[in-house]
Design a protein around this ligand. Structure first.
Ligand code: 9MR
Length: 470
């Protein structure tokens, strides 16, 4: 907090009060007016990262490993940003150029730079139709599904504990008015490829937030936005692990900032996920561009679960759309009007403003079954398997009355063992493994379900699990 704010906000002792009064009297009305005008919700952030942090958020940039030797670039990065996203270095073609051969050299340069400078890392991206290595482009069916899951598992495991948020799946929906999935080799492996990827990512790095990331999902009335919204709602309903939605937010005259952007952010947040603006750039210049940056930042700060903003590059010349000069610094590294507007908006914005639209989903129905005699339960398992490993999702369903706890027994084939589990407490790793509820998912209403999962090596279980209620 700076001194002016300390005085204006009333946090001062008697001596300070006397000095403040003296200044006002001797320097006249102009000083007093300036002090009063500065007081409301003033904030001391002087860089994008520091200002965002004061609001409990991050401000990041997409970073290219080969620019980490450019001192102007690194100077701005280290001064202004507290999160990075590797622009290309974690993509599938970069990290698994030949099947089963993983290379992390360039991604590691960025991750190491970030960690050495106290920055978060957004991982981008584990599964995408684009920038696949040649070997993957030529695959299909179960071989591709297994290769994709193995990629997700290997890369997320390698970076386990170092990634704040992963873009697990990128750009899986088609543009236009259909709201359909994008056709791709991954989509043709089956509609459940997205949830399979999320489950594998959760198993590999349970500490990372898992995001679905896409573009042209900023306008609430667009079919693609609604399609992603329905995916997230479905995942939340069925217990598929998802923590966040990334809105890329590449704005230009053909895809302008929409007036209902805040509604979109709030509506996703109301589903119980964080919202992150992941690839922000706004083509234009001067005041017009600055004002659009201001609007985007103000919208994010008005939504409590809009937790961070990443711009897709540092200087205009670093941008994938450099001719549109869409970033916050010019080619020489000077701050543009867009930078000033962004910083002002960060300093002015609220933290947890109430939603601007009513919740778009009805509240969850309260439990209708009174607590009483525990009923029984059943369990079923679904598997994503590849050569040498599997991810199992177990669905626990309560019988005719509410249960307060459950214990599931899963018989593993010989040679198989559990390496990791989530939303459960596991006992044992091979033979018959026992999974018990954890504090937040023991209570299951009559006829409803909860899910937990585990990952293992070897072959996954084939027998129906047992379920005992308590
Ligand atoms: O900025 C990235 C550019 O350097 C690459 O050539 C391009 C290749 O697909 O990907 C760009 O980043 C994209 C991001 O990974 C996903 N959303 C769209 C971004 C801009 O194309």
């Amino acid at each position: 907090m700076n001194d002016l704010f300390a005085r204006a906000s009333g946090r001062f002792g008697a001596g300070a009060l006397r000095r403040g009064a003296l200044v006002a009297v001797t320097a006249g009305a102009a000083v007093l007016a300036a002090t009063v005008a500065f007081a409301p919700s003033a904030s001391a952030g002087t860089t994008l990262g520091a200002s965002a942090a004061e609001k409990g958020r991050y401000f990041g940039a997409a970073v290219a490993a080969n620019k980490l030797s450019d001192s102007t670039y690194v100077g701005i990065l280290n001064r202004e940003f507290n999160s990075v996203t590797p622009e290309n270095e974690m993509k599938l073609d970069a990290t698994e150029p030949q099947q089963g051969v993983f290379t992390f050299t360039n991604a590691d340069r960025i991750v190491n730079h970030a960690r050495a400078n106290g920055m978060k890392v957004r991982g981008h991206t584990l599964a995408w139709h684009s920038q696949q290595p040649g070997w993957m482009q030529n695959m299909s069916g179960t071989a591709l599904r297994s290769a994709m899951l193995n990629h997700v598992t290997q890369v997320a495991t390698y970076y386990r504990g170092k990634i704040d948020s992963w873009d697990v799946v990128n750009e899986a929906f088609a543009d236009g008015s259909t709201g359909a999935r994008r056709d791709s080799n991954l989509q043709r492996t089956g509609n459940d490829w997205i949830e399979a990827a999320f489950r594998a990512a959760r198993a590999a790095d349970p500490g990372a937030k898992l995001c679905y990331n896409d573009y042209n999902t900023d306008n609430w009335s667009h079919a693609k936005t609604q399609a992603v919204y329905n995916l997230v709602r479905d995942f939340k309903t069925r217990g598929v692990p998802i923590d966040c939605v990334g809105l890329q937010s590449h704005f230009n005259s053909g895809s302008p900032y929409p007036g209902n952007y805040r509604t979109t952010l709030q509506s996703f947040a109301d589903l119980g996920v964080d919202v992150q603006i992941t690839e922000l750039d706004i083509e234009g210049s001067g005041t017009t561009q600055a004002n659009t940056y201001r609007s985007v930042v103000t919208d994010c700060l008005a939504v409590a679960r809009c937790t961070g903003i990443t711009v897709w590059g540092i200087r205009d010349t670093d941008s994938w759309r450099s001719s549109g000069t869409p970033l916050l610094f010019d080619g020489s590294g000077n701050k543009k009007p867009a930078y000033t507007a962004t910083l002002e908006a960060l300093n002015a914005g609220g933290t947890t403003n109430p939603p601007t639209t009513p919740p778009t989903t009805p509240p969850t129905t309260p439990p209708t079954t009174p607590p009483g005699t525990p009923g029984g339960c059943t369990a079923s398992v679904s598997l994503n398997q590849w050569n040498g490993g599997f991810v199992a999702t177990v669905r626990v369903t309560a019988g005719s009355s509410r249960i307060n706890g459950w214990t599931v027994g899963v018989a593993l084939p010989g040679g198989a063992s559990v390496t990791n589990s989530w939303n459960t407490q596991a006992t044992g790793t091979s033979g018959t493994v026992t999974f018990r509820n954890v504090s937040y998912n023991g209570q299951v209403n009559a006829g409803t379900t909860t899910e937990f999962g585990f990952q293992g090596t070897g072959t996954g279980p084939t027998a129906t699990p047992t379920c005992t209620a308590s």
